[in-house]
Design a protein around this ligand. Structure first.
Ligand code: NAD
Ligand code: TDX
Length: 374
């Protein structure tokens, strides 16, 4: 069925984790592009979930919010009884640094929660189940190469391991029980409403508050950046068009070092580079991520529409215009997290003039190239 026909059909989609960063952008996209669809947003409202992220659509009759846990079978069963056509599972603990401080909640939500959601979808015969996975499941690359969907999963952090488990559970529910499970593995997203623990919003908001920007290790780890709306469009395409059991890499095609990214942000904000602090590295810090996205280009005709320069400008603009949003988010429990994560690190940190290109403490791991096909 073409997406044009689908857009006229009435369908109900259960979006989980819709009060987070990507989930809220996805809900907004669905309401705009599939106005006949009904959306149920199931979100536990952890520290990362914020109903304000969807305040502008809260009164839309096609949208309903339910506060609850994906690991609560009775609640999920009740919601799936409403003739749900698809589940899109964004709900997760998502921050690598927090998984290094304490991995328990990552296993509970990302692994057990996903398993419970899959079991409920199987029992309710939900026609489609999309698991939102990540490039981190593949582990780290050296300077060359890119991961394709057939590569072995070799996660480095407890976060990535929990996401790999969820990703494989979805695929096994397809093989073993016939659930129409679909998996997307995207690169680093950025854009409005991202929780300011992740590097781009953390560095924008620190810079706006004239606070130091803590750059891990030598600052030369590489990430591939994808504008959040582009990822949401890819997820919608996979949801409507992909075959059962298929996996799609979704990358932005814009790789850069963290140091280059930081300098770009400071320049764009008109803030001095003296705000950069090289701090002790993240444990198990993946050196580089890169995705081969030929499958999603060829089979689904998806490609990113937002260039990095434009996407970053929009993102910076959003954080400048929404200072009250991030000041609220950065208060309360965020402060104690920040002290735990950065207190000692910043005390040991070095500025650009003394630290440029040098790790402040441990040498970051230099993993071998896993593939060289990119
Ligand atoms: P986020 O941390 O901003 O939001 C996560 C949301 O899930 C929050 O609203 C939270 O309240 C909710 N949640 C957590 N535990 C829950 C539970 N047990 N039941 C119901 N809701 C729960 O995350 P994000 O950055 O928007 O990421 C969304 C998904 O995309 C995650 O699965 C993540 O692994 C994946 N992903 C993220 C990126 C990225 O760059 N942010 C990249 C690739 C994949
Ligand atoms: O303070 C920091 N200093 C720093 O140098 C932080 C928070 C990060 N970094 C570095 C670490 C990474 O190399 O910046 C890079 C990006 O870090 P994060 O924003 O924490 O993202 P990452 O670890 O790459 O994981 C992200 O992309 C994949 C998301 O958080 C995951 O949810 C997603 O699955």
């Amino acid at each position: 069925m073409t997406s044009k026909m689908a857009s006229k059909e009435k369908r109900t989609v259960l979006v989980t984790g819709g009060c987070g960063f990507i989930g809220s952008n996805f809900v907004r996209l669905l309401l705009a592009e599939r106005p006949h669809w009904s959306i149920i947003n199931l979100d536990l409202l952890t520290y990362a979930g914020n109903p304000e992220n969807l305040a502008d659509v809260a009164e839309n009759p096609q949208y309903r919010f339910v506060q609850g846990d994906i690991a609560d079978p009775a609640l999920v069963r009740k919601l799936l009884a409403e003739e749900v056509w698809a589940v899109v599972n964004f709900a997760a603990e998502t921050h690598v640094d927090r998984s290094i401080l304490d991995s328990g909640e990552f296993v509970r939500t990302n692994v057990l929660g996903t398993e419970k959601l899959l079991a409920a979808a199987l029992a309710a015969k939900v026609p489609r189940f999309l698991q939102v996975s990540t490039d981190e499941v593949y582990g780290s690359l050296g300077e060359r190469g890119a991961f394709s969907e057939e590569d072995v999963l070799a996660p480095s952090s407890p976060y990535a391991a929990s996401k790999a488990a969820a990703d494989l559970l979805a695929l096994t529910f397809c093989k073993t029980f016939g659930v129409t499970a679909l998996v997307t593995r995207s690169s680093n997203n950025y854009g409005p409403y991202q929780f300011p623990e992740k590097v781009i919003p953390l560095f924008i908001t620190n810079a706006l508050a004239d606070q130091p920007l803590p750059l891990y290790g030598d600052g030369l780890n590489v990430r591939d950046w994808l504008y959040v709306e582009d990822n949401c469009r890819a997820i919608l395409r996979v949801l409507e068009q992909a075959q059962a059991g298929s996996i799609y890499n979704v990358g932005g095609g814009h790789e850069m070092t963290n140091l280059a990214l930081t300098e770009l942000l400071l320049d764009a904000l008109g803030k001095p580079r003296s705000l950069i602090r090289f701090v002790p590295d993240r444990l198990g810090h993946d050196r580089r991520y890169s995705l081969n996205c030929r499958r999603v280009f060829r089979e689904l005709g998806w490609q990113p529409l937002v260039g990095f320069q434009g996407g970053l400008e929009r993102t910076i603009h959003w954080y400048v215009e929404n200072r009250s949003w991030w000041e609220r988010v950065r208060s309360g429990s965020f402060r104690s997290y920040y002290r735990t994560q950065y207190g000692d690190r910043l005390a040991e940190g070095k500025g650009l003039e003394t630290g440029s290109g040098k790790p402040a403490e441990a040498e970051p791991r230099q993993p071998e190239d896993r593939r060289a096909d990119g």
